[in-house]
Design a protein around this ligand. Structure first.
Ligand SMILES: *Cc1c(COP(=O)(O)O)cnc(C)c1O
Ligand code: SF4
Length: 455
């Protein structure tokens, strides 16, 4: 039946053609603080607003790509648009006195050295390395510290490949901002994967390697392969899960669809799965709008086709997603696309925190109200969780114990494995936005993790 055959042949071929037509290769174009004036859409803002952006971008890193500008931001809704807030500097991100100092320095056109000194001062005031990131968690091999690794929790090692320490676009809330402002001495980055392998060989207790940045997905596939392929060998049998932290699924989904090495990347994902390991993409999402573009959904579909899992995490942020309906829709959309909601984080105590922070009590209310709007399938996100020095602390809720109003907390991940899943209580505090604002409840002198350890 020649007619049928012809139809079948055409039918088989059509989706492929359609895909190629729908997602042609795109050029990656990026703007930084110096090119703010070149962004066409910003011309609709007034002079004063653009100056304010320049002031803030002098202190906090700024970088945005054309895909985010053209596809994710609704320019008619600016400045309230959540993706605009997520990616563009806003005046209130800096305390008024810092803002004024930088603004004056710009107006006075201070010599570059003097200007940089002012900026450096202010940056140092913004707690650039929260939770003791520089002093703690840095592992050693043969007595030598390894810069590009962090080992805080027994089973999981964080790896920061040196070529993955930028991002397709910078989030205005990013707690890794200090890594992006050119402070090379402080940059937590690996020279090579050899050190990672040396360390993992000696540490059989590690089951998870989390490759992070910045965004490791800024790397070409051949670079990423150089880091990951060696871990598939027999000597690394103890490594069961490889996670890759990334925002590329929304900031540059082309990475998985139409970039020249997208297919090679998906092949690498398949190889990791075929070697018997679990591969999880830890995708940052802050708003359901990020999952709307067809190419973002196509990226999800292609990654899932490789057998890799996508898990979603992101912080709760004022001006962007401090609304239960936004989280409910985000989680529901993720579930429909086959993504597992994993963490809701509390905004960290660094950078533009003053602009984004939400009180812990309010964070818990938002989490709870969002949970109430979805079914159990979408209730897999843990949180709201603070990544603090002792570990990840989850706010379980507000309750009363022996007549005292308290915040019930739980350590979901701890520096000491004995701490994991321990519940504890803090005095009720409506304003507290971080662990160090909380006081032990029920007459206790200190939290259990503050107690001096025996021996
Ligand atoms: C969250 C986190 C991890 C991973 O913890 P899981 O609970 O296993 O997801 C690892 N290292 C650091 C420093 C973290 O903050
Ligand atoms: S995507 Fe992640 S690494 Fe990149 S700027 Fe946002 S929070 Fe930072």
């Amino acid at each position: 039946m020649p007619t049928t055959q012809t139809i079948v042949a055409i039918g088989d071929h059509q989706p492929e053609m359609a895909e190629r037509e729908a997602f042609p290769p795109q050029r990656f174009k990026v703007y930084t603080a110096k090119q703010l004036d070149k962004i066409p859409q910003l011309q609709r803002l007034c002079e004063e607003q653009r100056f304010e952006m320049k002031v803030v971008a002098s202190v906090l890193p700024f970088r945005v790509n054309e895909h985010v500008i053209d596809e994710l931001i609704d320019w008619d809704a600016v400045p309230d648009d959540p993706i605009f807030q997520l990616t563009f500097p806003q005046r209130e991100m800096l305390a008024p006195e810092y803002f004024e100092r930088v603004a004056q320095a710009l107006r006075d056109e201070l010599p570059r050295e003097d200007f940089n000194a002012i900026v450096a001062d202010i940056r140092a005031e913004l707690n650039p390395h929260p939770a003791g990131q520089l002093e703690h968690n840095i592992p050693h091999v043969n007595g030598e510290p390894i810069d590009g690794l962090q080992h805080k929790y027994r089973e999981t090692v964080l790896f920061f490949p040196s070529s993955g320490q930028v991002c397709h676009t910078y989030c205005t809330f990013c707690f890794r901002w200090a890594q992006f402002v050119g402070d090379k001495d402080l940059q937590i980055a690996a020279k090579e994967s050899g050190q990672l392998q040396d360390y993992l060989r000696e540490h059989r207790e590690v089951t998870d390697v989390l490759v992070t940045g910045g965004d490791p997905m800024v790397m070409k596939t051949r670079n990423l392969r150089a880091y990951l392929e060696p871990l598939l060998g027999e000597e690394f049998d103890h490594i069961r899960t490889i996670r890759i932290g990334t925002k590329a699924l929304t900031f540059w989904p082309q990475r998985f669809v139409s970039d020249a090495d997208a297919q090679d990347l998906l092949d690498l994902f398949r190889e990791i799965q075929a070697a018997g390991k679990h591969l999880a993409l830890m995708a940052h999402y802050n708003h359901w709008r990020e999952l709307e573009p067809a190419i973002a959904r196509e990226a999800v579909r292609r990654i899932r086709d490789t057998g890799a899992q996508i898990r979603a995490q992101g912080p709760l942020l004022a001006h962007i997603n401090d609304d239960p309906a936004v989280w409910a829709r985000l989680w529901q959309t993720q579930v429909e696309l086959g993504i597992v909601p994993y963490y809701m984080f509390v905004e960290r105590d660094t950078g533009a925190r003053r602009y984004f922070e939400v009180p812990l009590v309010r964070a818990w209310e938002i989490y709870r109200e969002a949970m109430q709007q979805v079914s159990g399938i979408a209730r897999t996100a843990r949180g709201p969780s603070m990544s603090a020095h002792p570990g990840k602390v989850e706010i379980q809720g507000v309750t009363e114990v022996r007549g005292e109003k308290v915040l019930a907390l739980r350590m979901i991940q701890g520096r000491d494995p004995n701490w994991v899943q321990r519940p504890f209580f803090a005095r009720y505090d409506e304003e507290a936005t971080w662990l160090n604002h909380l006081e032990p409840a029920l007459g206790e002198e200190q939290f259990f993790f503050e107690a001096r350890q025996a021996g």
